[in-house]
Design a protein around this ligand. Structure first.
Ligand SMILES: [Zn+2]
Length: 283
């Protein structure tokens, strides 16, 4: 499942009398224009016209929920906890008369993989946010510097910050951080338009794995384990505070929240320095 369940969208649009095409689960012009028509009708307060088709499909489901008096929060085209709750209610309604499956099994079919919340934390399970190690425990937790790496495929193309002609579609990251970072990039891709990602520098890659010492220090950088990512380093330099750094702008708060919801730490947000940097380690 790589997108919201399009057939469900088609069924709901048909129910609204806005869609007359096949219930084939394939999004074509008929589906997309019905989505637009439904948003025009049901989400008059929202400026959705420039959103991606993907985001509009989520928004239309949210608007449909609202029209059915299922509370899915604001219509923003983004799957957050309230939307997941609404999906749960919706699924149970759909399953009336049947034994409902455990809700995640049913509901998550409607949610693209990269937007799914982390599985429930199991004590001792290292993946979860509260369990990212402290900086002093990095070797114990992540192993030797530069080892245990895997490739993360980006949902949107980035550019090398210091050579924008060089595109980057995947990069090396520690295997324990891969899934978490992939979820965050998915959320960034889904929440921000391509233009917004460029404006804020979310498309400018400043590095992840780099076996080196901390700048101006003697201890090893978190980059040495491939557990930190830098964005737009030129406009967010090491010693710049929020008065100069671009990633402190209000429009970037959601970007940081996506990382923080996975337990990653922004040095900008925590220490008002090095705003380019986010890491899967506590201080
Ligand atoms: Zn960094």
């Amino acid at each position: 499942m790589t997108a919201i369940n399009i057939k469900t969208v088609q069924i709901e649009l048909q129910g609204l009398g806005l869609y007359k095409g096949a219930l084939d689960g394939i999004s074509g012009p008929l589906t997309e224009s019905a989505v637009d028509a439904a948003l025009t009708k049901l989400a008059t307060e929202v400026i959705w016209q420039r959103w991606s088709n993907f985001r509009k499909r989520i928004a239309v489901i949210q608007a449909v929920f609202r029209s059915k008096e299922i509370d899915s929060g604001i219509v923003d085209g983004f799957v957050g906890p309230q939307t997941l709750h609404a999906l749960e209610v919706y699924q149970h309604l759909k399953l009336t008369g049947k034994e409902p499956e455990p809700w995640r099994d049913g509901i998550l079919d409607y949610v693209p993989e990269h937007l799914r919340p982390p599985q429930k934390s199991v004590k001792g399970d290292p993946i979860y946010k509260s369990d990212w190690p402290r900086q002093r425990d990095l070797t114990k937790y992540y192993g030797a510097r530069g080892k245990n790496q895997t490739l993360l495929t980006l949902p949107y193309t980035m550019k090398i910050a210091w050579n924008k002609a060089q595109l980057i579609r995947k990069f090396s990251i520690h295997e324990k951080c891969h899934d978490s970072a992939a979820r965050v990039f998915g959320r960034i891709a889904s929440h921000y338009s391509p233009e917004e990602r460029v404006t804020h520098g979310f498309d400018l890659f400043g590095g992840c794995l780099n076996v080196r010492k901390m700048r101006g220090g003697s201890s090893w950088s978190t980059h040495a384990w491939g557990i930190a990512i830098d964005f737009d380093p030129i406009r967010n330099q090491l010693r710049w505070g929020r008065d100069r750094a671009y990633l402190d702008e209000p429009e970037c708060v959601q970007f940081w929240k996506f990382w923080e919801e996975e337990g990653w730490l922004s040095l900008g947000r925590a220490r008002n320095m090095d705003w380019q940097h986010v890491q899967a380690a506590r201080l």
